[in-house]
Design a binder for this molecule. Structure first.
Ligand code: URA
Length: 430
């Protein structure tokens, strides 16, 4: 087999055979086909796409490049979620313990943030002592005893994706629906979950800017999941405007704890409950029963209890104070009016520039850095009202953060229509 023949076949719009796909993924993982040939193939796939068969084989080859975690010792139904990433999207933090409190087992293998959308691991690492590295045995034990783990994916989980993702990032091949969906689904299938709920974000603060593209991505991932025996559904949710009132690692942990205490911002609570209901339904649990009902488990403290157990089991101290940034700035309203627009992308850029995110994988993040916004679309403001608080450990970062926020909010005279949070549900169609 020759890599160049495979590249030319895809470049010219031909289908690749299963054998060709398995060979190229295996050879790249072993290092016998170089980056430049795979970069060229990825660009051809970005333009030409892959059909269902090619995509199923490509995803399976990525799974087979590493281990498939065996969670068969876990007696509760296994169900996970994945979000394609958004600004202020801290939903995994309250959601995973909530689903465990309602009878599911959630093997949440997470990643770090890159760019403007934060990563669950970065947020969890603001908790003193918390350990993200678990062995597969520790994972299975904690899933059985507590019902949830949030931890890092080990080096052996879909290693082909680790190489492919890093390469796509530097050769302009991230925005391809087959490549995104195989990347996400190979990791979720390899982790051993039985069911999966995808939160596909749509809008300015998301990868997918239009509902049409988000729908295609969701349908593709739902199809891959079902063909691999994972019961998968997706929600398309709004990411034009950010979730909650905080973007930044420790700031988002604090807001998640409010939600776990039965309070917190209405949108974060609504999406947490909605995704929990979808996960529990996918896991075959009856959410009308009190023991499986997520609204009840949030309000009576069961979800918070599971959170505390999970944090302690992974070496963390749930009572320890969260880090606070060394410096703070405020932005106040110049004039009175109605908030007509709050832009998720601009707020994400501000939080990132303040130190909450990283430009390169190796960079460290600041746990306390980020943005708190005090208004939402449709709110009335008076001149002098507090709009944003900015937090940073390094004062030189405020100029960039403040500059990003100049375009983040519009204050006008017409009350905007409320945008629905959940736009669509995508299920498998044969
Ligand atoms: N997240 C992933 O894991 N892979 C992608 O390709 C995009 C987002």
């Amino acid at each position: 087999m020759h890599a160049v023949e495979i590249i030319i076949a895809k470049r010219d719009g031909h289908e690749l055979s299963d054998e060709q796909i398995r060979w190229i993924i295996d050879s790249y993982t072993k290092g016998t086909v170089p980056d430049e040939q795979i970069a060229s193939l990825l660009m051809a796939i970005l333009w030409r796409g892959m059909n269902d068969r090619e995509l199923a084989t490509w995803t399976q080859a990525m799974i087979d490049s590493g281990e498939r975690i065996d969670l068969s010792s876990v007696t509760r139904p296994l169900v996970d979620k994945h979000s394609t990433g958004g600004v202020g999207d801290k939903i995994s933090l309250p959601l995973c313990p909530l689903v465990a409190a309602c009878g599911g087992a959630v093997p949440q293998l997470s990643g770090r943030g890159l760019g403007i959308t934060g990563g669950t691991l970065d947020k969890m690492e603001s908790i003193a002592g918390w350990n993200m590295m678990l062995t597969n045995e520790q994972m299975a034990e904690q899933l059985e005893s507590i019902g949830v783990v949030i931890c890092a994916a080990g080096a052996d989980l879909a290693p082909a994706d680790k190489k492919l993702y890093a390469l796509r990032d530097v050769v302009g091949c991230v925005e391809s629906i087959p490549l995104i969906s195989s990347s996400i689904m190979s990791k979720k299938i390899a982790e051993g979950t039985q069911s999966l709920v995808l939160d596909v974000k749509v809008g300015r603060g998301a990868f997918m800017k239009t509902v049409d593209n988000a729908r295609t991505l969701a349908q593709t991932m739902v199809g891959i999941g079902h063909r691999a025996g994972v019961n998968t559904v997706a929600l398309l949710t709004n990411m034009d405007t950010p979730l909650g009132f905080t973007a930044g690692n420790a700031l988002e942990v604090r807001e998640s704890l409010e939600v776990l205490s039965g309070r917190g911002p209405a949108d974060v609570r609504e999406l947490t409950i909605r995704l929990a209901e979808e996960m529990l339904l996918a896991a075959g649990l009856d959410i009308t029963l009190p023991e499986h009902n997520p609204t009840m488990a949030l309000d009576d403290g069961r979800a918070l209890d599971v959170w505390n157990q999970m944090v302690r089991a992974q070496g963390g101290d749930p009572e320890a104070p969260l880090p606070v940034a060394a410096h703070r700035r405020e932005v106040k309203a110049d004039a009175a009016g109605i908030v007509t627009d709050l832009d998720a992308y601009a707020i994400g850029v501000a939080a990132w520039r303040l130190g909450a995110g990283r430009a390169r994988k190796e960079d460290a993040v600041s746990a306390g850095a980020g943005v708190v916004w005090h208004v939402r679309e449709g709110d009335d403001v008076k001149a002098g009202d507090l709009l944003f608080e900015l937090f940073a450990d390094d004062e030189s970062r405020f100029d960039g953060g403040l500059e990003a926020l100049t375009s983040a909010i519009k204050i006008g005279s017409d009350r905007p229509n409320a945008r629905p949070l959940v736009l669509e549900k995508i299920t498998f169609v044969h």
